[in-house]
Design a protein around this ligand. Sequence first.
Ligand code: NAP
Length: 292
Amino acid sequence: MRILLTGKNGQLGRCFQDAVAGKNHELFAYGSAELDISNALQVALIVGQDQPDIIVNAAAYTAVDKAETDSENAYSVNATGPELLARQAAELDIPFIHVSTDYVFDGAAVKPYLPTDVTNPQGVYGASKLAGELAVSATCDKAIVLRTSWVFSEYGNNFVKTMVRLAKERDELGVVADQYGCPTYAGDLAQAVFQICNQYEQGKKIPAGIYHYCGDTPTSWHGFARAIFSVAKVNGLIKKIPMLKAISTDAYPTPAKRPVYSIMKDETLSSFGIFPSDWFAGLNSILRDYNA
Ligand SMILES: NC(=O)c1ccc[n+]([C@@H]2O[C@H](COP(=O)([O-])OP(=O)(O)OC[C@H]3O[C@@H](n4cnc5c(N)ncnc54)[C@H](OP(=O)(O)O)[C@@H]3O)[C@@H](O)[C@H]2O)c1
């Protein structure tokens, strides 16, 4: 199978390359320097050259706070780019796997969000990702949109790495305890995307539409930090666990408003043998190999 991957240098992009490595597939992987997904000519040229059987879009503008003052770029990468890729996929009549976010929701729910629940993004990042979802679904009838949340991995910058660094530097740390979501290990997300590719190849096609793929156990940022510290301590990455204070969102103002509750659920993928991310196992695995 010929797989075209965008965003190869990001967390998901790198984990997806690891997932495909050594398997019987041809991978055409691009970073933004080789393929700017918001450039219509480049997109058409590269897709035309590679003639993929499936396109995986792991590229995105993910700077949630910066997006508030850089909305043109956020929309260009998160909405225009995916639409251009979806158009190429539609012309070739191939599936297009696109990744979106829990930040399309407003956080007012009291039970886990389902893919069919009403969206209402609170910031530019979430709004630009929602625009991408809508454009992709309207353009390509083989588009699969996976919404994910709180992504971490051994690659790039993420909450896990920030917490490990801060634990080395500080004796006391305040972490937001009133925002709830599901951490997701990018390695598991990459495997989920890869399984969708494989199922297509085997003719077991997952229907087009929106799906939720995230961690199996909800927590708060504070709970996530506590888990990170305990696993980091067990693996000898930190000498002692800093005093962890629970703070409120109000005490940690950010340019972009985040949903206070973005726990997502979706049992549909399980029926295709794709199960939620065991994020605690992912955390253990990346912190075990952290220094290597
Ligand atoms: N990170 C999270 O917590 C989180 C939460 C919910 C949903 N998501 C979604 O999950 C997906 C994967 O996120 P991630 O954490 O892997 O993101 P990431 O690590 O920030 O990587 C994003 C990649 O997108 C690429 N990119 C940016 N602008 C581009 C452009 N114009 N053309 C082509 N590539 C471009 C960058 O490529 P270069 O490095 O080559 O410049 C970067 O490596 C995204 O759709 C994101 O919205 C992430």
